[in-house]
Design a protein around this ligand. Structure first.
Ligand code: ATP
Ligand code: MG
Length: 347
């Protein structure tokens, strides 16, 4: 089997300010992976428009999410940081994948069902083929590792299926063009840490999301100390004190969520948190959690404010990242065209 050099790719949608779930489920791992891997981190604006976005707000959100990346510690010198729509190979490869992926595969995607809701006939076709664009994001660079939250596991499996089917369908042409026995790697999801699925503060069975209507369901990375304290104070819980062991969190989704958030913020385990707080009431635990969250998030919010005061700098980071991204994706897209048999007469 063809060997592919390790390369990390991941992205977030500029649909709203990033929240604690994005930070703990994905960003913390993104930052760590910069130490060991070449990384490409994208602001996936083409994904965002699968649900209508106000144009002015979208532009603002693209800059804001970029500022969050930088404020959290992504280094634009070490990693490639850019917004998706500036590298047309994403959309181009997504079209090829629209023709590789099967309707049956996409019909199984739970994110589409959740986001389309009851009125499926009225969802955009972009929302339906979202996972094909996600596969293109990753495979336009032949990326091998994708750090994401747990909710993206199914889409990553679909990306692997698409890569595999492309490799099979075009096996003869792939070999004839000198690419060996596989053109694309099968990208691996990296879903790690104590908070791979942070839940809504108002409902322990729903994931914390940018697109959730109520702001009380999530902690945004820009929330001030009072807002964070208020949201945690109002977070749904049950009347029992915290257990001393993790087994006691079973069937208590809200308690489990808050303990998981504490563990992730303190870079420790649920077990260690319960060692300290076992037997405590939420009236004791919640203020401690709020204080920890403020300590961790306040510096990020302050740095974001500083960065957003200079949009020119943010745009320059994105321009540089897009140029470096294109330098990788362009030749791969040309190879895809050759493999598929799409005639190229220029360049
Ligand atoms: P939207 O509601 O617009 O889909 P989102 O909150 O789901 O927004 P995305 O931009 O879709 O955020 O996802 C960015 C990254 O954050 C992905 O890797 C995703 O898996 C991760 N992520 C999103 N929500 C959570 C969560 N609640 N817990 C852990 N990781 C999450
Ligand atoms: Mg999402």
């Amino acid at each position: 089997m063809t060997k592919f050099p390790e390369l990390v790719f991941s992205g977030m949608q500029p649909t709203h300010t990033l929240h604690l779930g994005n930070y703990l489920g994905a960003m913390v791992n993104w930052i760590a992976m910069q130490e060991t891997h070449s990384c490409i981190y994208c602001v996936v604006d083409l994904h965002a428009i699968t649900i209508f976005q106000d144009p002015k707000e979208l532009t603002r959100n693209i800059r804001e999410v970029t500022a969050t990346y930088l404020a959290c510690g992504l280094d634009p010198k070490r990693s490639i940081i850019f917004n998706q729509s500036q590298v047309h190979e994403h959309a181009e490869l997504a079209w090829v994948f629209n023709c590789v992926a099967r309707m049956g595969w996409l019909n199984r995607m739970t994110q589409f069902k959740e986001k389309a809701g009851k009125d499926r006939e009225n969802a955009s076709t972009g929302l339906f083929v979202y996972p094909n664009l996600m596969a293109a994001d990753i495979l336009a660079y032949k990326a091998t590792h994708v750090p994401v939250g747990e909710d993206q596991k199914q889409h990553l499996e679909l990306s692997r299926d698409i890569a595999q089917k492309f490799n099979n369908d075009f096996a003869g042409s792939i070999a004839a063009h000198g690419h060996g026995d596989a053109f694309f790697p099968l990208p691996e999801p990296m879903i790690t840490g104590p908070a791979t699925r942070v839940m809504s503060l108002r409902d322990g069975t729903r994931k914390m999301s940018k697109s959730e209507e109520s702001d009380m369901t999530r902690i945004n990375l820009t929330d001030d100390a009072d807002t964070i304290a208020k949201k945690i104070k109002k977070a749904k819980t049950d009347p029992e004190p915290l257990p001393s062991e993790t087994k006691g969190l079973e069937k208590r989704p809200e308690a489990d969520n808050l303990v998981g958030i504490y563990a992730a913020l303190a870079a420790t385990t649920r077990e260690a948190v319960l060692k300290d707080f076992g037997g405590a009431q939420f009236s004791t635990f919640k203020p401690a959690l709020a204080e920890l969250a403020v300590t961790k998030l306040a510096p990020i919010a302050a740095e974001m404010r500083r960065l957003l005061a200079d949009p020119g700098h943010i745009d320059a980071v994105l321009a540089d990242g897009a140029e470096r991204a294109r330098a990788i994706a362009g030749p791969i897209m040309n190879d895809v065209k050759d493999v598929v048999g799409l005639l190229r007469t220029a360049g």
